[in-house]
Unconditional design. Structure first.
Ligand code: PLP
Length: 476
């Protein structure tokens, strides 16, 4: 399997390079050169398989010859072995037509675990075979940091450093990062804001000498392997609800467009999609884009669903590539215009094509609390603010699903106990952590506090990261 950039001029790469590279050199995102397609019988056969086996069948064609099939199968099995539900990604029926796809059973209780747990193991496997190591650095305002830490902990070829703004992430989120007792995990609380953390991160990557010395890498949401790891649960849910013999709609609470793009990708692989409904909070650039045909940035506003407080949805570029008929130069020009003016007009024909599949719904914080309360009243389910936006979007847009028999699957992206204050405010019930995390508040925390100072952060990383292999062989 070969991968090309959405902007058309970066080198064509194989799976392991795409895994380790992340962003393409021309500023674009990598996508498969040709989409692997599962046949109707192959999709039907996913129904009832153990999750890891089904996920292996979905991911295998994207990896191709880069990793031996037995190794890939074992790695995927291992990735999901520790999940808190035997079905890994169970479906729950909410009403006659709406289902909840629970992606909340991973180690950090959010959907990012489903791809990250595979990603960490893929990194380790590919690096060990090449005799290389990496130092992963990241900045987080919440969920991504803990999912990355859980994915990279105890991996032989990886050291991971995660920056968070001191005192500005929720206690559950901080503890999920700082209570991981692994030698290769380093939490740094920066005396500054999330923007300061991101500026420090950029500066570390822009210091080429340091970047090469440490073999710096990132596991951010534009990495192709994260999309790949997410396609599996759409295929599995679709097959469980009758695909390929009937189409299924999905409603996905969205920030970076990564999770809903994976649903779209499942469609490219052959899953019949009745509709993709994008749920936004007040940061609604995507729902505005589907409503008006133009993507226009505005200020990021903090909401009750912080993992969706994003104004530029980087994975949207992968959809643009298809809307622009695979013309990288046209995508590059559109993205240049967007960067320069803050607006990207899709044009009538492309907008109409997007609307054949996509629709969007937006909820402010008040609507989110109402949705949490209503879902609890009607179904007895406690859902977190992100999930509530997905469920509310599914219900609001049910009428826009062309096939009246198609089930609508709302994606649950976080466990309610990750956002206990909002859930309690809406329902009067404080959600409990699942048993595996029940003692989270008693566990010992490990973190270092550093000032907002590049030299000190750089020295901290240099003193703790194990050297990259090139240097080790140089010494030997
Ligand atoms: C990351 C995240 C999202 C948004 O996912 P995208 O792939 O960025 O669209 C939604 N909900 C939760 C709980 C998240 O952690």
């Amino acid at each position: 399997m070969r991968y090309i950039s959405t902007r058309g001029t970066a080198p064509v790469l194989g799976f392991d390079e795409v895994l380790l590279t992340g962003l393409a050199r021309d500023g674009g995102l990598y996508i498969p050169e040709t989409w692997p397609v599962l046949t109707g019988p192959e999709i039907r056969a996913l129904s009832g398989l153990p999750y890891a086996e089904a996920a292996f069948r979905v991911m295998r064609p994207f990896v191709g010859a880069a990793i031996a099939e037995d190794d890939l199968g074992a790695l995927i099995e291992d990735a999901y072995a520790g999940f808190g539900h035997a079905a890994v990604a169970p479906l729950k029926q909410l009403d006659g037509r709406t289902w909840l796809l629970e992606l909340t059973h991973g180690p950090t209780l959010a959907f990012k675990d489903y791809a990250m747990q595979v990603l960490g193991r893929l990194f380790d496997h590919v690096l060990e075979r090449r005799g290389e190591r990496v130092t992963i650095v990241g900045a987080t305002s919440g969920d991504t940091g803990s999912a990355a830490i859980e994915a990279c902990r105890d991996r032989a070829a990886i050291d991971i450093f995660i920056l968070h703004p001191k005192g500005q992430v929720s206690e559950v989120q901080r503890r999920q990062m700082t209570t991981v007792a692994a030698e290769n995990v380093f939490n740094i609380a920066i005396e500054g804001s999330f923007d300061d953390c991101q500026d420090l991160l950029k500066a570390l990557f822009n210091d080429t000498a340091f970047r090469d010395e440490m073999n710096l890498s990132a596991v951010n949401s534009i990495n192709w392997a994260r999309i790949m790891g997410q396609i599996a649960y759409y295929m599995v849910a679709g097959a469980a609800l009758g695909a390929p013999d009937r189409a299924v709609a999905f409603a996905v609470p969205t920030g970076n467009f990564g999770n809903v793009y994976a649903a779209y990708a499942a469609g490219r692989m052959g899953l019949p999609l009745a509709r993709l409904i994008v749920g936004s909070n007040r940061n609604d650039i995507l729902t505005r884009c589907f409503a008006t045909g133009a993507m226009t940035v505005s200020e990021v506003e903090p909401t009750l669903s912080p993992s969706m407080d994003i104004q530029i949805s980087s994975n949207f570029e992968r959809l643009l590539f298809d809307l622009y008929d695979g013309e990288g130069a046209a995508v590059a020009a559109a993205m240049r215009e967007f960067r320069a003016t803050g607006t990207l007009a899709l044009g009538q024909a492309r907008w109409a094509r997007a609307l054949e599949l996509f629709d969007g719904a937006r909820l402010d914080d008040e609507g989110t609390l109402e949705a949490i309360a209503r879902i609890f009243e009607e179904t007895g389910e406690l859902v977190d603010p992100h999930t509530a936006i997905g469920v509310a979007a599914a219900r609001e847009k049910a009428g826009s699903v062309p096939d009246p028999h198609a089930p609508i699957v709302a994606v649950a992206t976080a466990h309610p106990a990750k956002f206990p204050d909002a859930v309690e405010r809406a329902t009067g019930v404080r959600p409990a952590l699942p048993p595996a995390l029940a003692d989270l508040y008693e566990r010992e925390e490990r973190l270092s506090v550093l000032p907002n100072d590049l030299a000190q952060v750089r020295d901290f990383v240099r003193a703790r990261a194990r050297p990259a292999s090139g240097r080790m062989t140089g010494v030997a």
